[in-house]
Design a protein around this ligand. Structure first.
Ligand SMILES: [Zn+2]
Length: 402
């Protein structure tokens, strides 16, 4: 009888451990480099405890998963394209896990309004998937309410650019099932300021981008509730007035956090250093701005009405010779900003995970602390490049490097 009850108890413990899926992870904590052990259970971090400094652990860091608030697509899946499907969103999400991105805001750019609506409906459907849904906390609408002027509009198609339209936006938001959490717009457009007020009231974060706003227009936008500048230094004409241009008012306004594409191509070392020195690690968010071509072999690709040139690191419009977007995931920017600014790994991860989590009130993400969701990456740093070894999403091992 006794041995039978022991057997039953053991079976129960085994079953419970299977259900709870408890596990341990060891590595060097990204913020101070000290060895730690994490306990994960039921999708959350339950314990973080230090290990003795002489414990032998390979040079693998542990950090919260990366959060990318501006990403146009990945591995051939274009979030603004005509062929978007839920299966495609699933494919892109899983590929992003391999790159250490555990949460992201699929970014839909300027296009025919019906297309934007359709794609937001598809993205909303994708978030219902229990496997990938937790990795998509919201969507980013970049355009179509941006500057139509060449240079400022960047790679956005002029024919679809328009003035802000609240009724139209509400239709997009309805199609997105309320999922649009971030919008990039130009503050100088007719009706932009009251539009910003309505967006902010409805809970959408407003970011200024692809604009040629004056100091006064930027100030009015901030007063109306704009909080962010989209990929500062890009979406800007090559030749601007040295006194009156959109950069100074955004850099000098403490109410604006900035996002930057620090991939080594979209901004020079000096721009990244200057932006970083002005805003600091607390008010800088790294974004990839990756296009769907990211993760594919280099070459010429046709996308709708345009030809794009993918090099190993960047995507260009060959005819106009302008950048169309990036070809690297956000992990590339983590290493690059460390190289350019000599900031610490702690600060680089702050800009690629903690800051976006705090900015969008994703309270259970962006940190390695008990109670947080177990979205965790294990990685090494090799020549200022992150090499992702393992990715956990909600405590599930979602990627392991072979
Ligand atoms: Zn842009």
């Amino acid at each position: 009888m006794e041995s039978r009850s022991i057997y039953l108890s053991l079976a129960l413990i085994f079953t419970l451990s299977m259900i709870s899926n408890a596990q341990q992870i060891e590595g060097l904590l990204y913020s101070d480099g000290n060895p730690v052990s994490l306990s994960l259970d039921k999708g959350k971090i339950t314990k973080v405890f230090p290990l003795k400094k002489d414990v032998k652990i390979s040079k693998t860091y542990i950090a919260p998963g990366l959060i990318d608030i501006q990403i146009n697509g990945y591995v051939g899946i274009d979030f603004s394209g005509p062929d978007l499907t839920v299966a495609g969103v699933k494919k892109a999400t899983k590929a992003l896990w391999k790159a250490g991105v555990t949460s992201y805001y699929p970014t839909v750019i300027t296009s025919d309004i019906e297309r934007i609506k359709t794609n937001f409906a598809i993205l909303a459907k994708a978030t219902e998937d229990p496997e990938i849904g937790p990795s998509i906390p919201g969507f980013h609408l970049e355009g179509p309410y941006i500057s139509p002027i060449a240079g400022f509009r960047g790679a956005h198609l002029e024919k679809y650019i328009k003035a802000p339209d609240w009724a139209e936006f509400q239709k997009l938001q309805k199609a997105a099932n309320g999922g649009i959490k971030l919008i990039t717009l130009a503050p100088e457009l007719e009706g932009a300021i009251p539009f910003i007020r309505k967006l902010v009231e409805s809970g959408v974060t407003v970011s200024l981008g692809h604009h040629n706003g004056s100091a006064e227009e930027v100030a009015l936008a901030v007063e109306a509730g704009a909080k962010l500048s989209t990929h500062l230094g890009n979406g800007c004409a090559n030749e601007i007035n040295r006194h009156n241009n959109p950069l100074w008012p955004q850099l000098s306004n403490d109410a604006l956090t900035i996002s930057i594409i620090a991939d080594g191509f979209h901004l020079t070392r000096e721009e990244v250093r200057t932006f970083y020195k002005t805003k600091g690690a607390d008010k800088t968010i790294l974004v990839s701005d990756a296009l769907d071509l990211a993760g594919l072999p280099p070459g010429e690709y046709t996308r709708g009405e345009r030809t794009l040139l993918l090099t190993t690191n960047v995507v260009k419009l060959p005819k106009e010779n302008v950048l169309a977007g990036a070809a690297s995931p956000i992990s590339k920017c983590v290493g690059k900003i460390m190289e350019y600014t000599e900031c610490s790994l702690k600060e680089a991860i702050q800009m690629a995970s903690t800051n976006p989590a705090e900015f969008f009130a994703l309270k259970d993400l962006g940190a390695i602390e008990p109670g947080k969701r177990a979205d965790i990456i294990l990685f090494t740093m090799e020549d200022n490049e992150m090499v992702i070894e393992r990715t956990y999403v909600k405590g599930h091992l979602s990627f392991i490097r072979k």
